[in-house]
Design a protein around this ligand. Structure first.
Ligand code: FPP
Length: 236
């Protein structure tokens, strides 16, 4: 169940970090090298996010369907996640970043579960950025679980149980799909797709995506507010 999001008028950006494998293979490196480079991108993006007005950042680190990858690759990803939590926790505390892990925990190794608990407890008071890392995450599973736990069931109660609505959804790596990520929360998200592979995505790319988002008109199904000029134009 969800609790205290960072409540401010900052935006919720969510990122599908895609392209690690292709980035590595293009350089004759093993896929795990792409994931290692991808972790460095995560650090760059987390550092840049608050300055760009991002208050909540949700990153898709490991989907429930990623268990289907060869076990050495799954092991490499799990090891990277453990190291990331161990290394980044003190930096998060220092920089006011609250880290939360979303997704199933029961299929994770005990050592990773313990690392998650330590990180969440140590960073709980961070208010500059709410960083949500999705691990063993499936939006359809999350919606089902929330619906089973929520009474009375309503749009509002389900939204509250799942998490904050996404304002800006970014996917790198040139693909244009949601891949079972934050399906409910993306109901009115603005989508920005980048051809860049995740290891080469940078703060400038994120700044570009936020500018693009700010330039969009979000109507949430309504019609745009008429300005004096457009109103006159209708009357003519
Ligand atoms: C997609 O690349 C990437 C993932 C499977 C998840 C992202 C993982 C990381 C950035 C590394 C671990 C993260 C942390 C925070 C420690 P892909 O392998 O699907 O790329 P491809 O489409 O080119 O094959």
């Amino acid at each position: 169940m969800h609790s205290n999001f960072v409540q401010q008028s900052t935006l919720h950006a969510a990122i599908i970090m895609d392209g690690n494998g292709r980035w590595a293979l293009a350089r004759g490196l093993p896929r795990a090298a792409g994931h290692r480079a991808g972790v460095e991108t995560v650090s760059r993006i987390v550092e840049a996010a608050p300055e760009l007005g991002i208050g909540v950042l949700t990153l898709f680190a490991f989907s429930s369907d990623n268990w289907r990858r060869p076990s050495p690759e799954v092991d490499a990803l799990m090891a990277l996640l453990w190291v990331y939590l161990a290394k980044e926790t003190p930096r998060c505390v220092e920089n006011g970043i609250r880290m939360e892990i979303i997704g199933r925990r029961d299929r994770l190794e005990e050592s990773l579960r313990r690392a998650i608990q330590r990180t969440e407890a140590a960073t709980a008071h961070g208010r500059r950025l709410h960083l949500r890392m999705a691990i063993d995450y499936s939006a359809r599973a999350a919606i089902l679980a929330a619906a089973q736990e929520t009474t009375p069931l309503s749009r509002e109660s389900l939204s509250g149980a799942l998490g904050p609505p996404v304002d800006l959804l970014i996917r790198t790596g040139g693909e244009q799909r949601l891949s079972d990520f934050l399906l409910w929360e993306c109901a009115y998200a603005e989508f920005v797709f980048s051809r860049r592979m995740w290891p080469e995505y940078g703060a400038d790319d994120l700044a570009w995506a936020v500018r693009e988002f700010r330039g969009r008109q979000r109507r949430f199904g309504a019609v745009p507010q008429p300005t004096a000029k457009s109103h006159d134009a209708w009357l003519e």
